[in-house]
Design a protein around this ligand. Structure first.
Ligand SMILES: *Cc1c(COP(=O)(O)O)cnc(C)c1O
Length: 324
């Protein structure tokens, strides 16, 4: 990837003439089966530009309480797009109850914001939404006149887990946002795919948001390398997550069975600060909390998983009741 970055042919993407960016965008559009694609510096900006391209001021997006674009993006849609979120509870499997979505769509009445968009996320917290569910959600949206956006930051994990082509998994959405770092290992960059007119609007939104970059080919070359070389290996991350989950369970910890590359393990509140310290000293980075999240990725192999398990085991042996 470093070599691909060094060798990248560059231009000025603000003028649309960076060949590496154009190659990545063309490749992403093809791979996802959409007309066009656009490179963004981050997934947050890509999601926000998508919201702003689907919704006018005063319009509304139906979105999960746990969705990244509602919960973890600083309310950007409201702050910068004047778009009202209508959050709904995610079910334990990460999906939204479609009867609740249907009921949340507001009638066309001047009292109400106009419900314009349904935004889903796949994977969501490492959980996979299958095609049957997505199809039902897309049919509801079509019947009720809503546009659809998929936050597919980690959609390649979902596709590999389901053994599906991303094109088939994402078919029917009006837009999909796909992150190139995370599991794919690029240093930065997210591609938004959609129809030609939609992407033209997103390009304007990206400019408003300050996301049009000049010699962005250095980022695009890494992204292209990631898409070409780091997708087929994602099942290794899923297998390592399984290995980690089984090992933690064997230590007596309460672990949620992983679907992709995220392992959630219950840690008593008082054990979190000393465990965080202990793991860090032992080279293991985790999002510590009562529901601690551990992610596997291309820089962690099975031996690394075993080292992490060793660090947990050492901690628990000093503190036997941490597992209680
Ligand atoms: C990482 C991520 C994003 C975007 O995050 P950035 O850090 O802004 O690139 C969006 N949605 C999901 C589900 C993510 O995991």
């Amino acid at each position: 990837m470093r070599a691909a970055i060094a060798a990248a042919e560059l231009g000025d993407d603000v003028f649309g003439d960076d060949p590496s960016v154009n190659r990545l965008q063309q490749r992403a559009a093809e791979r996802f089966g959409f007309e066009a694609a656009l490179l963004f510096p981050s997934g947050t900006q890509s999601n926000l530009a998508a919201l702003m391209s689907h919704c006018q001021r005063g319009e509304e997006v139906i979105v999960g309480q746990e969705a990244h674009t509602y919960r973890y993006e600083a309310g950007g849609g409201a702050v910068l797009g004047s778009i009202q979120p209508q959050p709904l509870a995610n079910r334990p499997d990460g999906s939204l109850d479609l009867a609740e979505v249907d009921a949340a769509i507001k009638p066309d009445d001047p009292h109400f914001a106009r419900t314009r968009l349904l935004a889903l996320e796949n994977t969501i917290g490492g959980r996979v939404l299958g095609r049957v569910y997505l199809q039902a959600a897309l049919e509801l949206a079509a019947r009720r006149g809503l546009a659809t956006h998929l936050d597919g930051a980690r959609v390649f994990n979902a596709a590999m887990k389901l053994g599906m082509d991303v094109k088939d998994l994402c078919r029917g959405f009006d837009s999909v946002s796909v992150c190139l770092p995370k599991g794919l290992g690029a240093p930065a960059g997210t591609v938004l795919v959609g129809g030609g007119e939609f992407i033209a609007r997103a390009r304007r939104a990206r400019k408003i948001l300050g996301g049009a970059m000049r010699q962005a080919g250095v980022i695009a070359a890494a992204g292209l390398y990631a898409i070409e070389n780091h997708v087929e290996r994602l099942p290794e991350d899923h297998a390592n997550a399984e290995r980690l989950a089984k090992g933690l369970a064997a230590l007596g910890l309460e672990v949620e069975p992983p679907q992709t590359n995220m392992v959630y393990v219950k840690i008593p509140k008082d054990a979190c600060p000393p465990l965080a310290e202990h793991l860090k000293i032992n080279g293991v980075l985790a999002l510590l909390g009562t529901r601690t999240r551990l992610c596997t990725h291309l820089d962690v192999d099975a031996a690394g998983i075993d080292r992490a398990l060793g660090a947990f085991a050492a901690f628990l042996s000093q503190r036997p009741r941490a597992a209680a």
